[in-house]
Design a protein around this ligand. Structure first.
Ligand code: GLC
Length: 588
């Protein structure tokens, strides 16, 4: 945590200008194919989302963000888009989408869609044309094709590996190679090509005209590329902490990427009333993140430090610190994310032992520390910590992004390798087997890190397949659905669902959640994280004990006479101590 007290003032934007709703919103991410199936196909669909609007309204969220639902062969869960301006027939139709948008708007819920501009699917008609057109053709210039190295050009242009493992170049029949930073089914667009630029403007307009209120931009830091140089092999195409901080990487976080977003702002977002916003997925160095959130560009950027953090005081306080700093630099608001479709479930993450991130391996239900000590996943502590983290998150200035199922406390899974569907998991499994790792070892890291942990079907009730589908689900349902499901939680005032619902409501009831000045309290305390928010009417204090021990309440005096709005313990009669992992939110 920074030495000096942090003070950040946010305007009560939503009240002064409803067009800025997104600066302080609770946005619920829907992963469509795992949300609700209405046809028995085993894949969630658009009508399934529409049918669940009453549930989302009950939760109280301001907006839904839909992960891709466009025509796709699902090589990467829909992030391989074959047509940017349609609904995948497996998931519904444009009419279904229009009905969904209308139903959401009628329930006062905004709609955000995912735009995937770094790459398309190899089934996109323009990629088919690029293949047919041959070297040097205008169609080929829309993607990134190069001749190979070596006497016959049979070595790839660079030694780059793609994000999912394996080479980042694939050779086509006429001998050229195309670049794909992700799977080989996801060829990268050439953003220097004017057709590509114009087509994305068209796509953005198309969705605005269909009532969309905002966009989530996939791999927003990857679009601009400079391959005309000799040092390409000095770089990797993965985002890492030692990426250059000056925009000089050949394919990631280059300065020219910002020209693209300025154009989107000018040519599309600001041409609509109210102006549309976008949030960038940009895995870049924290000190460059804010650039994407500029009001001349996308407006907001994800801060993923929370999503990466396990339950340690250092990781969580650093996440908060960086999120606030990013907002301050950009003039935008922070975005708090604990879970999404790419990271393991935080209900499981927070049940891990408190050791520095990366020091554990999961084995079945045990966790093995690097020194060989085993540790049983502590579900009870995990549940307390998940609620504490939520309280910390929801009272911070900015937007909170909630991933489907986290409001129910959904957890990771441990499947046989045959039951996993994610290309990243499957590639990694085969790659490591080839490198000589044992199956047991590989499975441990899949259990702990695999993306399918987050993609198992929503657990609606305790009927077959958790009420997700009447058919065979595209991926197995987590077998704890009889205990963890929406039906058993929505009317239970003590459930995790009710905790989310209450916090979402508090954000609406008290403007201090929006415009209160943030001040970090107890700066030198390494056990307790605390902050206050203060406006002209109210003062709110949030305090959280990060450890498994009872600690005398250090803010007893400050909190005297204040009302406890919410706590992760039921009994709040003794205010003089903080019990293990206890979090409380006070107001006056
Ligand atoms: C983003 C998505 C992820 C996808 C990747 C490639 O990181 O969140 O799910 O695999 O982009 O599109």
């Amino acid at each position: 945590m920074a030495e000096e007290t942090q003070s950040i003032t946010t305007r009560h934007d939503a009240e002064t200008d409803p067009a800025l709703w997104w600066r302080q919103a609770v946005v619920y991410q829907v992963y469509p194919r795992s949300f609700q199936d209405t046809t028995g196909s085993g894949l969630g669909d658009i009508n399934g989302i529409t049918g669940r609007i009453p549930y989302l309204r009950q939760l109280g969220v301001d907006a839904i963000w839909l992960s891709p639902f466009y025509p796709s062969e699902l090589a990467d869960g829909g992030y391989d888009v074959a047509d940017y301006r349609d609904v995948d027939p497996k998931l519904g139709s444009m009419d279904d989408f229009d009905r969904l948008a209308a139903a959401a708007h009628a329930a006062d819920i905004k709609v955000v869609v995912d735009i995937v501009p770094n790459h398309s699917s190899h089934l996109h008609p323009w990629f088919r044309q690029a293949l047919a057109g041959g070297p040097g053709s205008p169609a080929r210039d829309r993607y990134i094709f190069r001749d190979g190295k070596g006497p016959n050009g049979d070595e790839p242009p660079t030694r780059w590996q793609n994000h999912f493992g394996g080479p980042a170049w694939t050779r086509v029949d006429d001998g050229q190679w195309y670049l794909h930073m992700f799977a080989k089914e996801q060829p990268d667009w050439n953003w220097r090509n004017p057709d590509v630029r114009a087509d994305f403007l068209e796509t953005l307009r198309f969705w605005c005209d269909h009532g969309v209120d905002g966009f989530r931009i996939d791999v927003a830091h990857g679009l601009a590329k400079d391959l005309d140089r000799d040092d390409l092999d000095d770089y990797v195409v993965m985002s890492t902490n030692d990426m250059p901080a000056d925009g000089s990487h050949p394919v990631l976080d280059r300065d020219e990427v910002h020209d693209i977003y300025c154009e989107w702002r000018r040519e599309v977002f600001n041409r609509y009333d109210p102006p549309r916003f976008a949030v960038a997925e940009a895995w870049v160095r924290p000190e460059r993140q804010y650039l994407y959130a500029s009001p001349d560009e996308l407006g907001q950027v994800f801060n993923f430090e929370f999503a990466k953090a396990d339950w340690t005081f250092d990781a969580m306080s650093k996440a908060i610190d960086e999120g606030l700093a990013c907002a301050e630099r950009s003039g935008s608001t922070s975005t708090w994310v604990m879970s999404n479709h790419d990271v393991p479930r935080h209900a499981t993450r927070y049940a891990l032992p408190q050791v520095p991130t990366g020091e554990y391996h999961q084995i079945a239900n045990d966790w093995l520390l690097r020194d060989g000590t085993t540790y049983i996943e502590d579900r009870q502590a995990g549940a307390l910590r998940a609620r504490a983290a939520l309280m910390l998150e929801m009272a911070l200035p900015g937007s909170a992004y909630v991933y489907q199922g986290e409001e129910l406390g959904m957890t990771n899974v441990q499947y046989d390798i045959e039951d996993y569907k994610d290309c990243e998991i499957i590639n990694m499994y085969h790659e490591r087997l080839e490198k000589g790792y044992s199956k047991d070892e590989i499975m441990k890291s899949i259990y702990a890190k695999g993306r399918d942990n987050a993609r198992t079907p929503m657990q609606w009730d305790d009927s077959a397949n958790a009420g997700f589908t009447t058919g065979t689900p595209w991926i197995k349902v987590n077998d704890n659905y009889d205990k963890i499901n929406a039906k058993s939680q929505v009317d239970d005032p003590d459930s995790i669902f009710s905790c989310y619902k209450k916090l979402v409501q508090l954000r609406k009831d008290y403007p201090v959640f929006v415009d209160g000045k943030f001040t970090l309290l107890l700066e030198d305390d390494d056990n307790i994280f605390a902050y206050s928010r203060k406006n002209e009417e109210k003062t709110m204090i949030v305090v959280c004990n990060f450890f498994d021990k009872e600690i005398p309440m250090p803010l007893a005096k400050e909190c005297e006479g204040m009302e406890v709005l919410i706590s992760n313990y039921k009994d709040t009669s003794d205010m003089s101590v903080l019990r293990p992992y206890e979090a409380r939110m006070y107001i006056r």
